[in-house]
Design a protein around this ligand. Structure first.
Ligand code: ZN
Length: 77
């Protein structure tokens, strides 16, 4: 397991605001990557890259509303 943490300023949150973001990437070393963004306004964004190349995303707005989740094939192939 590898966990990398980055602090980024002026990121676009799911609600559309420009806020600071704590970005964490967690990899199992076998192709599965989980990325979590915690925005200072309270929004969160979670993205999972699966071993088969598919991607799952979820955005949770600071007011608690879960924005639509989609599972889509890898882009650009
Ligand atoms: Zn927000």
């Amino acid at each position: 397991m590898t966990i990398e943490s980055t602090h980024r300023a002026q990121c676009r949150a799911p609600c559309g605001r420009l806020v600071d973001d704590d970005h964490v990437e967690d990899s199992d070393g076998f192709g599965m990557i989980v990325r979590v963004d915690r925005y200072s306004c309270g929004c969160r964004y979670i993205r999972r890259d699966y071993h088969d190349g598919s991607i799952g995303e979820r955005s949770i707005r600071h007011d608690g509303k879960v924005l639509p989740t989609e599972l889509r094939p890898e882009q650009g192939s």
